[in-house]
Design a protein around this ligand. Structure first.
Ligand SMILES: [Zn+2]
Length: 142
């Protein structure tokens, strides 16, 4: 099935000495996340031309093969929705597991405090911490 492809558009003119040029700078180097070893830039007009070109080709493809285009878009939407649902289900399961865990931890510190193994101030501190976490979790579960 034919799919619209990127094709690079060369822009004339020098790069850094033209004050009319604007750039996007990659932040990976500054963020120090290990993705980029050097700082680098891309010209805004270059990326604009690239996106416009891609859009033009996509529209051309859509006008030639309307049914296929609709199918591609719908399939892609469906895939995204499915991925999001899966992610939400996983997060919900994790939150529910942690919620139960907190109930057990709460019982433990309550018992420890009742049996004199946990000082009152420690108990209150931990209880407040678990309350906060559980309130945040339940906000997400609902
Ligand atoms: Zn980079």
């Amino acid at each position: 099935m034919p799919v619209a492809q990127f094709s690079q558009t060369r822009l004339s003119g020098s790069t850094h000495d033209n004050p009319e040029n604007h750039y996007f700078s990659c932040r990976n180097k500054r963020a120090n996340n290990g993705l980029c070893a050097t700082t680098h830039h891309i010209r805004v007009d270059y990326i604009t031309a690239l996106v416009a070109n891609h859009l033009r080709r996509t529209l051309h493809f859509a006008s030639l093969f309307e049914d296929e285009f609709v199918k591609i878009v719908v399939d892609e939407r469906y895939r995204e929705v499915q991925l999001r649902q899966k992610k939400n289900q996983r997060e919900l399961a994790d939150a529910q597991t942690r919620d139960k865990e907190i109930n057990r931890l709460y019982e433990r510190i309550y018992e420890d405090q009742a049996l004199g193994r946990l000082p009152e101030d420690r108990f209150l501190m931990l209880a407040a911490k678990y309350d906060d976490e559980q309130a945040a979790l339940r906000q997400r579960i609902l």
